[in-house]
Design a protein. Structure first.
Length: 91
């Protein structure tokens, strides 16, 4: 992946039974949208990596153009943020 802007999210977890919270650093780098090699006029992808969320893996989101691919990636990251109970450092 090329150098890309990074957004750092934090996972807040409460181990049982004590209600003490700890923070875990999670970085999700997002690549710039790029045309799909086989269909550059009709399909674009945006890649991101979920490092620090259990299984580290790269994912791709497709769109009909670069803007849609990026927008869908940001929406998917919002879903991941909610499911994984993540929050930005300021809350």
């Amino acid at each position: 992946m090329s150098a890309s802007p990074r957004t750092t999210l934090h996972r807040t977890t409460a181990p049982s039974p004590a209600p003490t919270w700890r923070r875990q650093r999670v970085q999700i780098p997002i690549s710039l949208p790029a045309p799909v090699r086989d269909a550059p006029e009709t399909e674009w992808i945006c890649r991101f990596e979920t490092a620090g969320l259990g299984e580290d893996s790269g994912k791709e989101v497709c769109g009909v153009d670069g803007i849609q691919a990026l927008e869908l990636t940001i929406q998917l990251l919002g879903v991941i943020e909610e499911l994984e109970q993540l929050s930005l450092p300021d809350g």
